[in-house]
Design a protein around this ligand. Structure first.
Ligand SMILES: [Zn+2]
Length: 133
């Protein structure tokens, strides 16, 4: 399963960021995805709960942002946005273009919850057997 492997790589990145910042938990993860990345957003969303289970990102919201396809024309040198199935220069209409972006999948933002020391203790005490009157 391709998407699960990708998800696990993302989780590794999120975990190291969270550890670096001393985060208690992860609120949300924003992933940027180009239409030519070859990854299905739906499958990624599907794999996400599996990959994040047991990590600091468990329960965090996954947001997928669609990134545009950008090309550079080798004829006129202009950069423009293109549709994924039609990589044609918008300026001159030439098809001799190179892809600048649109095939990437990357971690764009991670929203972390960093807790002061006191809040941490409360959190740990919050479990079965603890009654608050
Ligand atoms: Zn052009």
């Amino acid at each position: 399963m391709h998407e699960l492997a990708i998800c696990q790589v993302l989780m590794n990145q999120v975990e190291s960021i969270a550890a670096e910042r001393n985060a208690r938990s992860v609120v949300s993860i924003v992933v940027g995805m180009g239409p030519l990345s070859g990854v299905e957003a739906q499958l990624l969303e599907h794999a996400y709960p599996v990959a994040s289970a047991g990590t600091v990102a468990e329960g965090a919201e996954l947001v997928i942002e669609n990134l545009p396809v950008r090309i550079k024309c080798t004829e006129c040198g202009k950069e423009s946005e293109a549709s994924p199935n039609k990589l044609i220069c918008k300026a001159c209409g030439d098809w001799r273009t190179t892809l600048i972006s649109g095939d990437e999948l990357m971690l764009m933002r991670v929203e972390l919850e960093t807790a002061p020391e006191h809040a941490n203790t409360t959190r740990e005490a919050d479990g079965p057997g603890v009654t608050i009157h």
